[in-house]
Design a binder for this molecule. Structure first.
Ligand SMILES: [Mn+2]
Length: 350
């Protein structure tokens, strides 16, 4: 297991000099953030991230993410040309030492939450998705601004995109993902990069937008489109685990055994009876997922990919990017390292 930590570059309030002090920390997960989706990343920007990581005793070998432009997901006439740009970005990342690139195929919005600072009884705050709050929102009828949504879209643009994806539907989105993978995966394979798709978060349709990377059947289908380790998963336990139809430890065991997990986001969620969920502390006791079973499944197959703690709570009065504070993610990293140490030792002694 290669322990990693997400870093948002120079604007991240958490410096690499802090990240390196987390015990066992190895890799920086970052990206070029000042270039729009669909444009080529300057080599100098990649070189700068690598330089900064190395200066701090860390390795820059995971990119999260190279965003997939909406036009590729929608399959417009520009999709093929934009896919060539995407391939060029893979080659450039590889040139600067990147071994794993995470991306997702979610229409319009990445993760969806209704509140970013929901207070728990212990005074910590975290991200939540409240089904009642969500049901009251209708982006076709009103101006809504959910936290975390891309503010670069106007409300009219959002409505147009929702309509376009409504016409495309799940079958169309699968078709476009398939075309994307068939072009991109051979390029990644040639330059020694594993593409790691992040599941949809949450793994069900929101506002009528199709969502396709959601469950075991979908993951099976996806991996078969191009049957190569270069076409792998970024298995996010929190994204898959916020729906009760996903048995996350079983999924980790299955895809770990197949050698198709390149990267894991390890975090916990607590599910509420109505399907709402709260992002909680990493430990098994804090939510629905047995983290020990997840790590056992990985060590049983000798997993050697990348792992990072995912969204943490805000604790100890820390302020900053919701989900991406230092303290709770560092606790998560230490907990994950402890589980791996125990499971690896037990496996050696068995
Ligand atoms: Mn994730």
């Amino acid at each position: 297991m290669k322990l990693s930590f997400r870093w948002y570059g120079e604007s991240d309030p958490i410096p690499l000099s802090y990240i390196r002090q987390i015990p066992g920390m190895r890799s920086v997960v970052s990206a070029v953030y000042d270039v729009k989706p669909g444009e080529v990343w300057p080599e100098e920007s990649l070189a700068a991230i690598r330089r900064q990581a190395e200066k701090n005793g860390l390795v820059f070998d995971v990119v999260e993410s190279v965003p997939v432009p909406e036009e590729i997901k929608l399959g417009t006439e520009n999709a093929a040309a934009l896919t060539e740009v995407y391939c060029e970005n893979i080659r450039r990342c590889a040139k600067y030492g990147v071994k794993c690139i995470t991306y997702n195929f979610m229409p319009v919005f990445d993760w969806t939450r209704t509140q970013l600072d929901k207070a728990a009884p212990d005074g910590s705050t975290s991200l939540v998705l409240d089904k009642t709050q969500l049901a009251e929102l209708d982006p076709l009828q009103e101006d809504i601004h959910l936290p975390g949504w891309d503010a670069s879209y106007t409300q009219d643009e959002v409505r147009d995109l929702l309509a376009a994806y409504g016409r495309l539907g799940q079958a169309g989105l699968w078709r476009n993902l398939e075309a994307f993978l068939r072009r991109v995966i051979p390029v990644a394979q040639d330059c020694g990069v594993q593409m790691a798709i992040h599941p949809d978060d949450p793994p069900y349709p929101i506002f009528g937008l199709p969502r396709i990377v959601t469950d075991e059947a979908a993951l099976d289908r996806l991996l078969q489109i191009v049957d190569s380790p270069a076409n792998s998963l970024c298995l996010c336990t929190g994204s898959l685990g916020c729906a009760d139809f996903n048995d996350v430890p079983a999924l980790v065991r299955k895809y770990g055994k197949m050698g198709r997990i390149a990267f894991l986001h390890l975090r916990q969620v607590a599910l509420l009876p109505d399907g709402s969920f709260v992002e909680s502390g990493h430990q098994s006791a804090c939510g629905r997922m047995d983290m020990y079973e997840i790590v056992r499944a990985l060590t049983d197959v000798g997993f050697d990919g990348y792992v990072r703690p995912d969204h943490g709570r805000m604790i100890w009065d820390e302020t900053g990017k919701p989900g991406y504070g230092l303290f709770d993610r560092a606790l998560g990293a230490a907990y994950i390292s402890g589980l791996f140490e125990a499971c690896e030792k037990a496996a050696r002694e068995a």
